[in-house]
Design a protein around this ligand. Sequence first.
Ligand SMILES: CC(C)(COP(=O)(O)OP(=O)(O)OC[C@H]1O[C@@H](n2cnc3c(N)ncnc32)[C@H](O)[C@@H]1OP(=O)(O)O)[C@@H](O)C(=O)NCCC(=O)NCCS
Length: 249
Amino acid sequence: MDYRVVTGRERNDIESLQQVIIKAAWPEFMNHDVYISRYWVTIYRRFPEYQYALLGSDDDRVLAIGNTLPLVWDDEPGDLPDRGLDWALEHCFNHLDSGMEYKVLCAFQIVVATDLLGRGLSYDGVREMIKVGREYGLKKLIAPVRPNQKSKYPLTPMINYINWKNEQGLPFDGWMRVHARLGAATVRVCPESMLIEGTPAEWELWTGIKFPESGEYIVPGALVPVKIDRETNRGTYIEPNLWMVHTLR
Ligand SMILES: CC(C)(COP(=O)(O)OP(=O)(O)OC[C@H]1O[C@@H](n2cnc3c(N)ncnc32)[C@H](O)[C@@H]1OP(=O)(O)O)[C@@H](O)C(=O)NCCC(=O)NCCS
C-alpha cells in the first residue's frame, strides 16, 4: 500500500492526526492508564520527532500511527524491569533535561486504521519505528509488546501464552509474530506493564459490565481479569506485556 510518513517535526497537528484512528482502536478502559494520563499530552510537545503517522500518498487519510520515546536507559535487555510501558514513560520523563545521552528507543503503540486491518500495515508501522531509532543513532528498539490475542485467553498464564507457537514454529500471537519476523528477540514478560485503576462505577462505565460484588472479572479486550474491590471502592487492572528487543546497530 502506498503511503508517506510524517512526524511531529513536519506536522504540528500530529496529535490530532493520530487521534483520528486511536480512539476507535482501543477498548475504553485502555484510555485510563495512570501513567499515560499523567504524561501523554506532553510527549507531543517534548518529543514531536518521535511521533509519526502513515498518510495516504496524496491525501491526509491516516492509515496507521506510531508513538515512541527515547530513553537514556543503557542496561542489558535481560535487566528490563517487571514494569513495562508505565516504567518507560516514567523513566523518560524522570530524565528530561538531564543532559544524558539517549541510548534506546521505546515503542509505545502502533495503531492501524480499523478499515485497513489485516493488510500487513503493522509491519510498516514497526519498520518505521526501526527507521526512527536508526535516524537518531539509538542502539535498540525496546518494546513492551501487548500480545493482542491473549485477550481471548484471559485465564492462561502469560508465560504459557507467549510460548505457544503456530504451525511454522513462529509465535502464536499475531503481534508478537510481527516483531519476531522483523528480527526482535523475546526477552521476558513484564507482568506489571500497565496500571489501570478506577472506581467500580468508572469500570462499569468503561466496560458496560456490572460488577455487583468484589472479585475478579473477565472484561472484553483485557489480557487478564480485572479485580474489583467494593470495600475500598477500587477496580484494578494490571496488564502484563512482553519485552521484545530489536537490535538497531
Ligand atoms: C495490532 C495491529 C497494529 C495489527 O495491525 P494489522 O494491520 O491488522 O496487522 P497485519 O495485517 O499487519 O498482521 C500482522 C500479523 O498479525 C496477524 N493477525 C492480525 N489480526 C489478527 C487476529 N485478529 N487474530 C490472529 N492473528 C491476527 C496476521 O495474520 C499477521 O501475521 P502473519 O504475518 O504471520 O500472517 C492492529 O490490530 C491494531 O491497530 N490494533 C489496535 C491497537 C493495538 O493493539 N496495537 C498494538 C499494540 S501497541
